[in-house]
Design a binder for this molecule. Structure first.
Ligand code: 4AD
Ligand code: MG
Length: 481
């Protein structure tokens, strides 16, 4: 008979029939009751073993972590805690799990411990929930853009350009540096390299996305991006996934609207399609909150936070307005910030972003019109303000508990302005000739942004470390699994 998934059996009312299930043993009590999980849901199926008629040898091998196959009678359960159970007629061990060595015991493990065994942590309820939500959100991203007629572009992972101009790239090479000839000034000669030039892993698919948008009108990318920056924080990864829409004939206002609509759509999607997982994570957090002193507990539960974001408009303000708020804020006046905001032009740190969203506005915030000097070369230049200060049509979407969730801008579509800025920043025009072609041939206003997928998952799941929302996190000194 055909194997059935535990999820469907837990919800069925079609009792008193023969079923076949397979899964991993969570617990085995009194030589009689197996809690079996097959990953289809967080819930376990209770299997009742007829221990009088089962060989001692076999019973010993039903241990936490073992993979087993069960055939038996599906019946309505009389016991407390479950609706259904299977009275086993056959138990087969597919794969043993030595109870002395299996690291996942049937108890609550710390997330730190589970991070050390990332290859096994999928088997816990917490990670089952997190990765189901990750899956659902990835699907929802495609659904959102597909419904709006955007074209999904696959942009290259290996590139020769630095889209952000921040120099945080991982080099890709086939050269053996020990044996590579150097040029006269001692630099590595890349002409012998696979591509005949220096290449790196992409930091963003934006530049290629812009080219496509200038033909299709509306596109998005969704792929892995890489940054060799200091990612030893709970918000940074060296390898993360980014969603980057790019829209022709759209200005910053349109861009903000798209970002807000998308965030609300994605959060609502999770609320609707991941009820069980979200409720589990919500309760997990409530338990944790109980151990905290009253004043450190959050005002809203996870589910309330998600609903709040869906039901309220995001606060929009300019960088200049934000600086004024921050300057006169209590933590700035009392020097509680690590970086004190003294003047216009300072880059905002995550402590400032979080002050704005968590303490001041208490809702998601979209900050716009940043100083040109702290943003990338491709952003559209605004007219200097009354004090002659130069800003760009940038936007960052800030979220409670996260800080920067999205970064984007209207793009500089005017060739002369763009090349002038590239010259100022010493970005060689020859290297980006293909990018500049879009400004040469039928240039048009366009805008886009990048959403850090793991930061979205952090927010939706209420997890606090970004290393817990990607299966195999990449960060400094760690690429074990
Ligand atoms: O602000 P960023 O650097 O913007 C860009 O890359 C633009 N090219 C996007 C665009 O306009 N198409 O990155 C965008 C988002 C950030 O807001 C953040 O959510 C996420 O990507 N991000 C990271 N997430 C995890 N780890 C890192 N090291 C990240 N760096 C950026
Ligand atoms: Mg940014």
């Amino acid at each position: 008979i055909k194997r059935e998934k535990i999820k469907s059996l837990l919800n069925t009312t079609d009792f008193n029939r023969e079923v076949s299930v397979m899964g991993w043993v969570k617990t085995f009590r009194n030589n009689q009751f197996i809690a079996l999980n097959d990953g289809s849901c967080m819930g376990n199926l209770q299997i009742v073993v007829d221990f009088n008629n089962t060989a001692e040898e076999l019973l010993k091998r039903i241990t936490t972590g073992a993979a087993i196959a069960i055939k038996g009678q599906l019946v309505e359960s009389l016991g407390k805690g479950q609706r259904v159970e299977v009275k086993a007629t056959s138990v087969e061990i597919l794969g043993d799990s030595d109870p002395e060595k299996f690291p996942l015991q049937p108890k609550k493990h710390s997330l730190e411990f589970l991070r050390e065994i990332a290859h096994l942590r999928f088997r816990t309820n917490t990670f089952n929930a997190v990765f189901k939500i990750r899956h659902a959100l990835a699907f929802a991203v495609h659904q959102f853009y597909n419904e709006r007629g955007f074209v999904y572009m696959h942009t290259p992972v290996i590139t020769a350009s630095d889209a952000e101009g921040a120099g945080e790239m991982f080099r890709v090479t086939t050269l053996d540096f020990d044996q590579t000839p150097r040029t006269e000034d001692g630099k590595v000669d890349f002409s012998e390299d696979f591509f005949g030039r220096a290449t790196n892993l992409t930091v963003s698919g934006q530049l290629e996305g812009e080219l496509a948008a200038m033909a299709f009108g509306e596109i998005y990318t969704f792929g892995p991006t890489f940054r060799a920056e200091n990612s030893n924080t709970t918000r940074h990864l060296a390898e993360f996934w980014m969603i980057e829409p790019e829209v022709a004939f759209a200005d910053l206002e349109d861009n903000m609207q798209l970002a807000e609509d998308m965030m609300k759509y994605l959060i609502s999607y999770a609320r609707e399609h991941c009820r069980e997982e979200l409720e589990f994570l919500n309760n997990r957090l409530l338990e944790e909150e109980k151990n905290k002193p009253q004043q450190e507990r959050s005002e809203l539960s996870l589910l309330e936070k998600l609903d709040f974001c869906v039901n309220n408009d995001f606060q929009r303000l300019t960088y200049t307005e934000a600086i004024a708020i921050l300057k006169s804020s209590k933590p700035n006046q009392k020097k509680q910030f690590k970086y004190i905001i003294n003047e216009w032009g300072a880059d905002l740190q995550s402590e400032h972003e979080r002050y704005l969203v968590e303490k001041h506005f208490k809702k998601p915030v979209i900050l716009t019109d940043y100083p040109a000097d702290i943003k990338s070369f491709y952003m559209r230049q605004n007219e200097p303000d009354s004090e002659g200060r130069r800003t760009v049509a940038a936007m960052d979407v800030l979220f409670p508990g996260i800080g920067e969730m999205i970064g984007g801008s209207q793009r500089e579509e005017r060739m002369d302005r763009l090349t002038q800025r590239m010259d100022e920043l010493n970005i060689p025009q020859e290297e980006l000739w293909w990018y500049l072609d879009t400004r040469r041939f039928g240039t048009a206003p366009h805008s886009g942004f990048g959403l850090g997928f793991e930061r979205l998952i952090l927010f939706v799941t209420g997890m606090t470390n970004i290393r817990d929302v990607i299966a195999f996190p990449r960060f400094p000194k760690n690429a074990e699994f």
